[in-house]
Design a protein around this ligand. Structure first.
Ligand SMILES: Nc1ncnc2c1ncn2[C@@H]1O[C@H](COP(=O)(O)OP(=O)(O)OP(=O)(O)O)[C@@H](O)[C@H]1O
Ligand SMILES: [Mg+2]
Length: 240
């Protein structure tokens, strides 16, 4: 098990967001988390990487309890977690190369900066865009930007990748390409992935297992086939 979230509670004043949420990510698995807008998916991810403190509950990543980690330990742990943010979130004023170098410079304990060029090229080749190395994000299409963001998430060879809405805002064909790329990369590096998405087609293709987040809890879990065939009207609503 690479992520273990148990009985997680998080609220803001009167608003209760997570109310005893559980999630386990197994090694090598593609786990899809679905939940409607505002249900607490991003809050959950922030608790997971130590950007937000839960009210209560346990969060273990790669076997370690993150609530007792010191700042430096948390930083080191984050080098093992790739993160594709909601939107591409490339740095607009940096070239593609600089965007990709950014995580390497932040984690010099893990990487020798002498290998930077090699790692940048490998990452770009993985997403099929080596020729964009000196371009600015504004010169790239939305789909290309998403690929570069994916390359950046992968450049540290993370054990876990968190994808927050990887296909949102893309046309269906480009979305499909991104999904296939995610699958390729998962095969090549044997990463474990947690994929947050509203996109039913994305879930169908990529999920080994799914969790539905509803009312602050893991309302239902199972394969795409199991959940999409369920009779419960609350579950059905996810697959419309
Ligand atoms: N820092 C914060 N302070 C106060 N409320 C917050 C904070 N962060 C999130 N919330 C609230 O928590 C709830 C869940 O937000 P969250 O961003 O996790 O939703 P989400 O499931 O990621 O939605 P989306 O699909 O739109 O990204 C929302 O009601 C939001 O207003
Ligand atoms: Mg969100």
């Amino acid at each position: 098990m690479v992520i273990n979230i148990q009985d997680l509670y998080k609220g803001f004043g009167e608003t209760k967001v997570l109310n005893g949420f559980n999630l386990q990510l197994m090694e090598g698995e593609n786990l899809v988390l679905m939940g409607k807008s505002g249900s607490g998916k991003s809050v959950m991810i922030k608790c997971l990487v130590g950007l937000m403190e839960p009210d209560s509950g346990k969060v273990e990543v790669l076997g370690k309890d993150i609530s007792i980690m010191k700042r430096q330990e948390l930083d080191e742990l984050r080098a093992d977690i790739g993160f594709l943010f909601q939107g591409s979130a490339l740095y607009d004023s940096m070239t593609v190369r600089e965007n990709l170098e950014f995580p390497l410079r932040r984690h010099t304990h893990k990487f020798d900066l002498k290998n930077t060029d090699e790692l940048v090229l490998e990452a770009l080749n993985n997403v099929g865009l080596p020729h964009t190395i000196n371009m600015m994000p504004a010169e790239l299409s939305g789909g290309m930007q998403r690929r570069i963001a994916l390359a950046r998430a992968l450049i540290l060879k993370p054990k876990i990748i968190l994808y927050d809405e990887p296909t949102t805002g893309l046309d269906p064909i480009t979305a499909k390409e991104i999904i296939l790329l995610m699958l390729d990369i998962q095969k090549k590096y044997k990463t474990s992935s947690l994929i947050i998405t509203h996109d039913v087609d994305c879930a169908r293709v990529i999920a080994n297992r799914m969790i539905l987040l509803l009312d602050g809890i893991n309302y239902a879990e199972g394969s795409f086939e199991e959940l999409s065939a369920a009779n419960d009207s609350k579950i059905k609503a996810f697959f419309k």
